[in-house]
Design a protein around this ligand. Structure first.
Ligand code: F6P
Length: 495
C-alpha cells in the first residue's frame, strides 16, 4: 500500500530533523481549558490555523508554545506550565505562556489585531499604531523567545513560528542562539508595498521576519508583495533567482505553501454515527424539512469575513427572485471574536440589525430566511453542520486562505454541495470549480445565489469531485511535508 501523506510527513520529520527538537510557536493555543459546572473542561478555539496544526503535532509529536488564554488553563498545567495533548490521548506537549491583562491588551488586542490585522487585510478598516501596544508586542515576543530558548536548552532545534502575532520571535532567538533554525509561516495576506508603507514600525517588523531562515506565505502573490515591500523599505539584497533576501548578512528564503486541512479525517468522520446524530439534532433545532435547501455560513465574527455583504446579497436575492421564499434557509454560525475591539462590537450590532431587518422584510407566517446563531462549534458539530449544507458561502473581503472552504469540500463525500466562494480568498486561486463571487458586488452576488440554488445535482457533483481531488492531493500533511522538505533543501545544516 502506498504511504499516506501523514506517513510521508512522519518519515520526513524523522529523517530530515533527526537530532533536532521541534518547537511550534503560535499565539492561539490548540485547546482551551475552562470551568464547566465546577470542573475543568476543554474546547478547541474557533478559527482554522490552530485546529489544522493540531493534526500535525498529533501525527509528529513535539512541543507547542502558546498563550494560555482559557479561564481554567492554569488549573490544567503542571509546575512548568505544561499540559499533554490532546487531553483524551496525549501525543505532544503544550507549554503555556501567561500574560497579564495589560500585556494581552497591548500585544493581542492592540498591535496584533488593531495594527497588523487591518494593515494586512485591505478591507478599508484603518490600522491603529499605538506606541504602548508596540512596546507590549515587543515584550510579549521576547517572552515567547525566552520560553522557547528555555525549552530547547542546549539542544539543536527547529522552531516553527506561526503568524503575525510573533513577527519578532526569530530575531530574539537568533540574538541568543544563531544556530537555532527558525522558520515562520504568515497565515494572513501580505499587502502590497503601498499599503504596508504606512506602518511606523515597518523596519523593525521586516527585519524581525528576516531573522528567519525561511518565511512562508500562502500564495506566490504574497511572496511577491513581501519581496517588493522589503525592496522599498529596508536595505537588503534580493536574489530573485533563488527567491531569497539577504539582510544584515543573513539569508531568508521566501516560499509559498497554501495551507490545507486533514481531508481524510474529515471525510471519514463526517459519516460517523455521532456526526449523523448531531446533524439530525440541528435539523430538529432549526426545524428544517427535507424540501428546504440549506445555505450555510461559518465564520468568526470578523469584519474581513464579509458577513454583512452576504446578508445584503440574500436581501437583494429575495427582492429580485421572491419565488424563492420558503424554499431555502440561510444558517450562519458566528463565533464571537476579539470582542474588546470596538470595530468587532460595531460589526456585531450591525449584523443584528441587518438580520432583523431582512427577516422582517421577507418572512412569511411560517418562515424566516436567516437564522443567525453565535456559537463556537465543536469539531463534530462543525462536521454535522457541513452535512446539512446544500450550499456553503465564504464571502471574505480579503482572506489569506480560508479553511472553512476546504473543510466543507472535504466533508462533501456524496458530492451534494456547492461552494460559493469569494474571489478575494487565497482558496479561490486553488479552487476554480467553486462558484466565484465578488462580495462587494451585491447584484452579482444575488445572481450567483440563484445560480447555485438552481444548479443540477450532476453539475454539483462534477464540480465537487474536481474540488475534492485538489484537496486530497494537497492536504495538511502535504503542506507540512513541503515546508520541511523545502527547509531541508535550503538550510544547509539539515540533512
Ligand atoms: O487566519 C488567521 C488567524 O490568525 C489564525 O491563525 C487564527 O486561528 C485565526 O486567525 C483566529 O484568530 P484569533 O486567534 O484572534 O481568534
Amino acid at each position: 500500500m502506498p504511504a499516506t501523506s501523514k506517513q510521508k510527513l512522519q518519515k520526513a520529520i524523522r529523517e530530515k530533523l533527526e537530532g533536532y527538537r521541534v518547537v511550534v510557536a503560535s499565539n492561539r493555543e490548540p485547546y482551551i481549558h475552562y470551568l464547566k459546572e465546577g470542573k475543568v473542561a476543554h474546547l478547541k478555539p474557533a478559527g482554522g490555523a490552530a485546529h489544522t496544526l493540531d493534526s500535525i503535532l498529533q501525527a509528529c509529536g513535539g512541543t507547542w508554545v502558546a498563550y494560555g488564554s482559557g479561564s481554567a488553563d492554569r488549573r490544567a498545567v503542571d509546575a512548568e506550565g505544561k499540559v499533554q495533548l490532546p487531553p483524551e490521548k496525549p501525543k505532544y506537549t503544550l507549554k503555556r505562556i501567561w500574560l497579564s491583562k495589560d500585556e494581552a491588551d497591548g500585544y493581542y488586542y492592540g498591535f496584533s489585531n488593531q495594527a497588523l490585522w487591518p494593515l494586512c487585510h485591505v478591507v478599508y478598516t484603518r490600522p491603529i499604531f499605538r506606541q504602548t501596544d508596540w512596546e507590549y508586542y515587543q515584550k510579549v515576543n521576547k517572552m515567547f523567545a525566552d520560553a522557547i530558548l528555555k525549552e530547547i536548552g542546549k539542544e539543536k532545534a527547529f522552531v516553527w513560528i506561526q503568524d503575525y502575532h510573533l513577527a519578532l520571535v526569530a530575531k530574539y532567538i537568533k540574538e541568543k542562539r544563531k544556530d537555532v533554525i527558525c522558520a515562520q509561516f504568515w497565515h494572513i495576506p501580505w499587502p502590497n508595498p503601498e499599503a504596508f508603507r504606512i506602518c511606523p514600525m515597518k523596519k523593525e517588523i521586516l527585519e524581525g521576519l528576516l531573522a528567519n531562515d525561511m518565511l512562508g506565505f500562502h500564495l506566490r502573490y504574497y511572496d511577491a508583495n513581501f519581496i517588493n515591500t522589503v525592496e522599498k523599505e529596508i536595505e537588503a539584497r534580493i536574489d530573485r533567482e533563488k527567491t531569497s533576501i539577504i539582510c544584515h548578512g543573513h539569508e531568508t528564503v521566501i516560499r509559498a505553501f497554501p495551507i490545507s486541512v486533514d481531508f481524510e479525517e474529515i471525510s471519514e468522520n463526517v459519516g460517523s454515527q455521532a456526526v449523523k446524530a448531531r446533524a439530525a439534532h440541528f435539523r430538529e433545532e432549526f426545524s428544517l424539512s427535507d424540501e428546504v435547501k440549506v445555505i450555510l455560513g461559518l465564520d468568526r465574527i470578523d469584519y474581513t469575513k464579509g458577513i454583512p455583504e452576504r446578508l445584503r446579497a440574500i436581501d437583494r436575492f429575495l427582492e429580485k427572485y421572491p419565488e424563492y421564499k420558503e424554499r431555502f434557509v440561510f444558517i450562519q454560525m458566528g463565533a464571537l471574536s476579539r470582542v474588546h475591539i470596538w470595530q468587532y462590537k460595531d460589526l456585531n450590532d450591525k449584523i443584528n440589525e441587518l438580520v432583523e431587518k431582512i427577516n422582517w422584510r421577507h418572512s412569511t407566517e411560517n418562515w424566516s430566511p436567516i437564522i443567525f446563531t453565535r456559537r463556537t462549534l465543536s469539531h463534530p458539530e462543525t462536521l454535522a453542520f457541513y452535512r446539512l449544507g446544500d450550499v456553503c458561502i465564504v464571502s471574505s473581503l480579503h482572506d489569506g486562505m480560508n479553511i472553512v472552504a476546504k473543510e466543507y469540500i472535504s466533508a462533501k463525500n456524496k458530492l451534494d454541495g456547492v461552494l460559493l466562494l469569494s474571489r478575494f480568498t487565497g482558496a479561490a486561486r486553488e479552487l476554480p470549480e467553486a462558484v466565484l463571487v465578488n462580495p462587494y458586488d451585491i447584484e452579482g452576488f444575488a445572481d450567483k445565489l440563484r445560480e447555485v440554488l438552481q444548479m443540477s445535482q450532476k453539475e454539483k457533483a462534477r464540480r465537487m469531485k474536481q474540488l475534492r481531488e485538489i484537496i486530497v492531493r494537497n492536504d495538511i500533511y502535504r503542506w507540512a511535508n513541503k515546508f520541511i522538505n523545502e527547509l531541508a533543501k535550503t538550510v544547509k545544516i539539515l540533512r
